[in-house]
Design a protein around this ligand. Structure first.
Ligand code: PFF
Length: 452
């Protein structure tokens, strides 16, 4: 007899796993920077509105598919639309998270390396930091070894299963991440000159709110909630049938937003206190922030060393919880559809993502000249997934739930068979947003990503 499929033990642990997927590097390096660039509080308001009106309906549509079928992306599409082309959406949303996982794990590896540096020698001068970062990423083996460690850790958690692995890991890690980021924020807000960073985050500047800022807010909330790649769908398939998926969705979006805001108030005040220009991308984490630790370290070395360690612990664990959710999408597929053991599935996914990740890592060094459409392999994978595959997957999910699935089935799933009164009251609004607003908004994000 087939082994019974596992479930998360409670709604709270399901939310922690979902929030673990959502809260990641995007909350730390992208959100704070985008806020400052696009009009401070004005941007935060748009971000909030897009999270509620756009991202939440998309998240719910993935959740409905996963929860309804109790299957991963491929099995779910095959059950809901057997023998149709929709199975390609099931396959697409297995491939895209695995591509993201491959290069995400390389960045995860860099974070481990910086964590070790903060624990051992620390950061002493601006030159040392820059040389260290460029030396690390361009060397052949060191980053591949760290990528291996990062991915092995994910494999270890995923192979232990849904309850003993993923649920347990997120249950301890997520509260720890919140405590750490709050501690860093308290430290940061107390630095002399911190108020400029606070101003950068909240001063509303409505003149910056143009179409591009609005599309960026939508794109960021989409990315931040890990939409369009099947992770939300897969995790939702492990939520017990009697649980309320709207509560889980609201909890996930709420924690994700809260973390992004705290991260903003943890990072920007420190950036400004050190008199450094804020920037986005890996550069913020691996160059700008270590510079801060150098500057501050001159005054209070021990405290700054501790903050640096806590900061990199936060980065490593935030990245791990996201990476694990992508890993699970592939493992669920192999276990459910190919009927192989979880352990074997974990090894197979490891082999594939390790190889692609190692090649991505080498594309900063020995493989720098290997280009696809003018991009190094790492950049190509990043652009392909975050600008194209994620939005495309998200669009197809909302079209599927809004236009292909039967409305009664959707309502039934959204409202727990009509028992959840709050959900019933919201259903018509949700359905309207999902059917008409979300597809148009996703196309807008898509075009903005392309135009750059
Ligand atoms: N939501 C993650 C972040 O904000 O860093 C990124 C992410 C995780 C994207 C998982 C996609 C995914 F499947």
């Amino acid at each position: 007899m087939a082994k019974e499929r596992e479930n998360f033990n409670s709604s709270l642990t399901a939310v922690m796993a979902l929030a673990g997927s959502a809260i990641g590097l995007g909350n730390i390096w992208r959100f704070p920077y985008m806020v400052g660039q696009n009009g401070g509080a004005a941007f935060i308001i748009i971000y909030l509105v897009s999270s509620v009106l756009l991202s939440l309906p998309i998240l719910m549509s993935e959740s409905i598919i996963g929860h309804k079928t109790g299957q991963g992306t491929f099995g779910a599409m095959d059950t809901l639309a057997p023998g149709t082309k929709w199975k390609w959406l099931g396959l697409l949303t297995i491939v895209s998270p695995l591509i993201i996982l491959s290069y995400y794990s390389v960045v995860g590896g860099w974070s481990i390396s910086f964590l070790l540096q903060s624990l051992s020698k620390g950061f002493h001068s601006a030159e040392q930091v820059s040389t260290m970062f460029s030396g690390l990423i361009s060397s052949a083996w060191t980053p591949v070894i760290f990528h291996t460690f990062f991915l092995l850790f994910c494999a270890f958690v995923v192979s232990a299963g849904i309850t003993s692995g993923i649920e347990k890991f997120n249950k301890y890690t997520m509260p720890m991440l919140f405590v750490l980021i709050v501690l860093i924020m308290v430290y940061s807000l107390n630095l002399p000159g911190a108020s400029k960073g606070v101003e950068y985050m909240i001063k509303p500047d409505f003149s910056k709110l143009n179409g591009h800022a609005i599309a960026s807010a939508m794109g960021q909330s989409f990315f931040s909630l890990s939409l369009g790649v099947g992770t939300i769908l897969t995790y939702s398939s492990y939520i017990r049938k009697d649980k309320n998926i709207l509560t889980a969705g609201l909890g996930t979006a709420g924690f994700d937003l809260l973390f992004a805001l705290i991260a903003g108030f943890a990072i920007m005040p420190a950036v400004f206190a050190a008199g450094i220009e804020p920037g986005a991308g890996p550069g913020l984490i691996f160059e700008t922030l270590p510079h801060i630790f150098v500057r501050m370290g001159e005054g209070a070395p021990v405290l700054v060393r501790i903050v640096a360690v806590l900061f990199f612990v936060t980065i490593v664990f935030a990245a791990l919880t996201s990476a694990i959710s992508m890993y699970e999408v592939g493992v669920t597929y192999l276990v459910d559809e190919k009927k192989i053991s979880r352990r074997k599935a974990t090894v197979l996914i490891f082999a594939g993502t390790w190889t692609l990740g190692a090649l991505c890592s080498l594309s900063f060094g020995p493989l720098a000249d290997f280009k696809i459409l003018g991009q190094t392999l790492f950049n190509f994978c990043d652009l392909l997934t975050s600008n194209f595959l994620m939005t495309f997957g998200g669009l197809l999910f909302v079209i599927f739930v809004g236009w292909k699935m039967d409305k009664t089935t959707v309502r039934d799933e959204f409202t727990n068979g009509g028992r959840a009164k709050f959900n019933c009251a919201l259903f018509d609004t949700f359905y309207f947003l999902l059917k008409y607003i979300a597809p148009v908004a996703i196309v807008v994000i898509f075009i903005t990503n392309f135009v750059g």
